[in-house]
Write a protein that binds this ligand. Structure first.
Ligand code: HEC
Length: 264
């Protein structure tokens, strides 16, 4: 006669917990760490599976960011494959740099720019960091809000702007033509507390919602670079889950079969 004894139950619970952790990991439920900041961060509505958004993000990145930033864990050819672009398109439309011999950078190369460390340090005081993994270190909300939070600040001398998310940042407002210029205003939030707000004082070529989309696309692209196989992993994860559910069904039927003569 088989009886339910506690050790088996405990083992079952441990197994259940492990399975649950595994399933949650597959679903991509993990704690999000973002660098500390006193400003409330906004969350972009990113569609990681949208090739169109990623292509727009890649175009914006090579045009507006790569003059200063590299992304040198990422190859152009890999980006072409993942974003549904041909290598010819990428060579013609997305590569603006040259290699050490002065030739246009090859599509199999890493996404590096031509700025030397000394130049970066002299021009900005800090070397513009490699952005390949920034979506992991800072988090997507941080990047999204950061790119929307530049404001005019005459006290900043040369670059003339500051940022509420990253006060004192050495980066100029490179997207000013699109967003326009913002200024910082302090408002009373009704309960006697002062709140800092950014107000658009002279609009750029894009409306507020268009600029939000622009920044969402750049953030999406940075998130893709920080984790290029995320989409593949999710697809495989779904197959694994389906397989496990199938197995669960079979195991349940088997269990019923085994216990049929024991428990009535
Ligand atoms: C003119 C040069 C320049 C351009 C162009 C530029 N940046 Fe920067 N960026 C900098 C510098 C310099 C820093 C370092 C700021 C600091 O630490 O004070 C920086 C910092 C950053 C950071 C913070 C990284 C971190 O972890 O601290 C992000 C994110 C970023 N840039 C994104 C972008 C994006 C996206 C673009 C394109 C839309 C862009 N940058 C274009 C110069 C530039």
């Amino acid at each position: 006669m088989i009886t339910n004894n506690p050790p088996i139950l405990i083992k079952m619970n441990v197994r259940l917990a492990l399975c649950l952790t595994f399933v949650l990991a597959l679903l991509g439920v993990n704690p999000v760490f973002s660098a500390g900041s006193s400003v409330a961060l906004e969350s972009p509505r990113i569609d990681a599976g949208s090739e169109k958004s990623l292509q727009r993000g890649a175009k914006l990145f090579v045009n507006y960011c790569m003059a200063c930033h590299s992304a040198n864990y990422q190859r152009y050819s890999r980006m072409a494959r993942d974003l549904g672009l041909s290598e010819e398109d990428v060579s013609e439309q997305l590569i603006f740099t040259t290699d050490a011999a002065g030739e246009p950078t090859k599509v199999g190369s890493l996404m590096e720019n031509n700025m030397t460390t000394e130049y970066g340090r002299n021009a900005f005081g800090v070397v513009p960091p490699n952005l390949a993994l920034t979506a992991r270190s800072r988090g997507v909300d941080w990047i999204y809000t950061y790119l929307k939070s530049f404001y005019l600040d005459p006290s900043r001398g040369g670059i003339g702007v500051n940022n509420t998310v990253y006060p004192g940042a050495a980066m100029p407002h490179v997207l000013w033509e699109l967003q326009g210029w913002q200024k910082k205003v302090v408002v009373d939030d009704g309960s006697g507390h002062e709140k800092v707000k950014l107000e658009l004082m002279s609009p750029g070529t894009q409306s507020v919602s268009e600029y939000d989309q622009t920044v969402t696309d750049i953030t999406n692209f940075l998130a893709y670079m920080a984790d290029p196989i995320k989409q593949t992993r999710h697809r495989i994860g779904m197959f694994v889950l389906l397989f496990l559910f199938g197995l669960l069904g079979i195991a349940y039927m088997l269990k019923k079969e085994y216990w049929r003569d024991v428990v009535h």
